[in-house]
Design a protein around this ligand. Structure first.
Ligand code: PLP
Length: 393
């Protein structure tokens, strides 16, 4: 006899994507030791933290070293100063979110995974392809998952007409990882109306909102009616380079209820029980990133990456290759040329151009035949990759 495990874990598929990419690149590098390989596959940022963030962290470190200003456990939902900073950040794009609706955490990945705790046995709707954490965290809880297909025909932006009106927990990611596609205000309004009518809750992942440069909504709460049907999860990882620093937030409006129970209250209970807050030093860093100066400095980082995206987009346009993203997103999602499948194109790109990307098939079955390139690399390396593609693609 032994203890019982959570059997749902047996339903998880091994994630071979990044280990398989790593293995193929290592094998190629071993066989071609002189090849200069350019990585356009990573979803991680490469620029350092901005100067005002570093300054705030140094100051906070000094505070921690003095008895008069030392801090112990942080409040579970975030210090008042950071909840206020997030609320005023939302005001900067015209969205009103009160401080007590902001729950600060150590990452959007944690919140995406943990939010499943407050929901019961609902149908869960997940677009395919998409960020894999939505699916795996729901498989771990034994939830029924209904996939909605993101395709070239719907611009990789599936809409509620694919659903049957049953209430569900619906995951939307806009701008999207991996496709870079972003929902317009009108499209989000259709989702919000559908969710309110069907008694569904939308989990809106806006981790890439800082890359939006037109009138695409930065937040689902820019859409009328969202406060009664949506939870938003956002992060400083991609906007301020916090992938290794770790700070994010979840917003749950006070109006959002299910069966008469406040979801914000459930999340408060969950976080207070299982989470002990983000370190003071990191919250001060996040506050600086959200300050006016921080926003300017972060906007410069985003602009740097978006110049990379524009270079990649240009060469694909010139070569007549279909893609989404690259606009309002650091990701470019292209159709593999010549009808190649994702992994064949991966090998081709590596072998012929010494460029590493990410096969679309790794993000869901609808990703087969597509490929993700990212703008998070170094500018010179990206320019060199583009030069190679221009010559030979
Ligand atoms: N959501 C999406 C769509 C992502 O692509 C990522 C990271 O790549 C995350 C969330 C995770 O963000 P964090 O670094 O805040 O955990």
């Amino acid at each position: 006899m032994s203890i019982k495990i959570n059997e749902n874990y047996k339903n998880l598929k091994e994630s071979y994507l990044f280990s398989e990419i790593g293995k193929r690149v290592r094998d190629y590098a071993a066989a071609h030791p002189d090849a200069s390989i350019i990585r356009l596959g990573i979803g991680d940022v490469t620029l350092p933290l901005s100067p005002c963030v570093i300054k705030a962290m140094h100051a906070a470190v000094d505070e921690m070293g003095s008895a008069a200003t030392f801090r112990g456990y942080a409040p579970e939902y975030g210090y008042d100063f950071i909840r206020k900073a997030v609320s005023s950040y939302y005001s900067s794009f015209g969205v009103s979110v009160s401080e007590d609706e902001v729950f600060v955490s150590d990452g959007a990945k944690s919140d995406v995974g943990n939010i499943t705790d407050i929901f019961g046995d609902n149908t869960v709707v997940i677009p395919d392809p998409v960020y894999p954490v939505y699916m795996d965290s729901n498989i771990m809880n034994g939830r029924r998952i209904k996939f909605i297909n993101a395709t070239e025909e719907n611009g990789f932006l599936p809409m509620p007409d694919l659903l049957d009106g049953e209430s569900a927990v619906i995951y939307l990611c806009s701008p999207n990882n991996p496709t870079g596609a972003a929902y317009s205000h009108d499209q989000l309004k259709l989702w919000v109306d559908y969710a309110n009518k069907s008694g569904s809750v939308i989990i809106f992942d806006s981790a890439y909102e800082a890359y939006i440069s037109d009138d695409t909504p930065h937040s689902i709460f820019a859409v009328e009616g969202a406060r009664t049907c949506a939870i938003e999860i956002c992060s400083l990882s991609k906007s301020a380079g916090f992938t290794g620093t770790r700070c994010a937030w979840t917003i749950i409006p006070r109006e959002l209820t299910a069966g008469g129970v406040s979801l914000a209250h459930l999340w408060e209970r969950r976080q207070a029980t299982k989470f002990n807050g983000v370190p003071y030093i990191i919250q001060r860093a996040a506050e600086a990133a959200l300050s006016e100066r921080g926003r300017r400095e972060c906007a410069a980082m985003v602009a740097y990456y978006m110049e990379n995206a524009a270079m990649i987009a240009d060469v694909l346009k010139d070569k007549g290759i279909w893609f989404t993203g690259g606009k309002n997103s650091p990701y470019i999602w292209l159709r593999c040329p010549g009808g190649m499948d994702s992994w064949t194109f991966f090998d081709h790109l590596l072998d012929k151009f010494r460029i590493v990307g990410t096969p679309g098939a790794g993000f869901g079955k609808m990703g087969e035949g597509y490929f993700r390139l990212t703008a998070f690399g170094n500018k010179d390396a990206t320019a060199e990759a583009v030069r190679r593609l221009r010559e030979g693609l």
